[in-house]
Structures are given as structure tokens and as C-alpha cells.
Design a protein around this ligand. Structure first.
Ligand code: ZN
Length: 136
């Protein structure tokens, strides 16, 4: 599947909460989702996004900090299996809409192709939402 975010970092690290291998995320993404990013003293560490459903850790850093759902101002759809969870943050598509309305996914696909998406800032994963769309 095509991916709109071309300059993604690709390092992985194990989440301190669930030990799942998690992908690196850019600090600019984390700044857009933390409740109080100005309280972080240093941004010069690698940051990772944990997408495990049963884990409360959303972001963690190489230097040992972790940020939980309560530290993040965005409801993390990747950790929420309800129908109202957000799948696409750029265009506000919920899981229910993604399942019931095919045009939602085709819209996101065409916008992604045209590079009109904003996953790096809007999606807490910092990545394209298309892999998160429910398979049908
Ligand atoms: Zn985790």
C-alpha cells in the first residue's frame, strides 16, 4: 500500500509497558499530541509510538520517559477498538465510517496520493493512516 509519509524514521524499540516492538516517531509529532510539551526539558532523544491496544503507554523515549494516554490530548484510535475510534486523523474518519462508507477510504486514498494529508502532525502515530483502516 502506498504511504504518504516519505521521510519517516525507521528505528524500533521495545515499549516499557508491553515489550512490543514500536516504531520511532518524530519529536514534531509528539509535540502535537502531548498535553504539555513545553514541560519536556530535552527533545534530543529518540521517541517511539506504542500502538498496542492493551498498553497505556502512548510514547516513550530512548532516555526512559514514557507518556501515557492521560499525558496525551488526542484519543489514540490505534488503542481503541470501538466503532467511534478515529482511523484517519487528517479527515476525521471513524472506524464505523470506514467500514460503512467505501467513499471515505477512497477519499483518503486520493488525498494521500495528492499529498494533501497531514499525518505527521495529526496522526498520533506520525504515520499514514491507511494501514490502520479496517480490512474488508
Ligand atoms: Zn506498549
Amino acid at each position: 500500500m502506498s504511504n504518504c509519509c516519505s521521510n519517516e524514521p525507521s528505528t524500533k524499540a521495545k515499549c516499557p509497558g508491553c515489550r512490543t516492538s514500536s516504531k520511532e516517531v518524530q519529536s514534531s509529532t509528539v509535540k502535537h499530541h502531548l498535553k504539555a510539551p513545553w514541560k519536556i526539558k530535552s527533545w534530543s532523544t529518540r521517541l517511539y509510538f506504542c500502538k498496542s491496544k492493551d498498553c497505556d503507554v502512548v510514547y516513550f523515549s530512548e532516555s526512559g520517559d514514557s507518556f501515557r494516554q492521560s499525558d496525551v490530548r488526542t484519543a489514540v484510535g490505534q488503542k481503541d477498538s470501538s466503532d467511534l475510534a478515529t482511523v484517519c486523523y487528517c479527515y476525521g474518519v471513524t472506524r464505523q465510517e470506514a467500514i460503512s462508507d467505501d467513499s471515505a477510504k477512497s477519499f483518503v486514498l486520493s488525498e494521500t496520493k495528492a499529498k494533501n494529508c497531514a499525518c505527521e502532525s495529526k496522526n498520533p502515530s506520525g504515520r499514514c493512516c491507511l494501514p490502520d483502516f479496517p480490512k474488508n
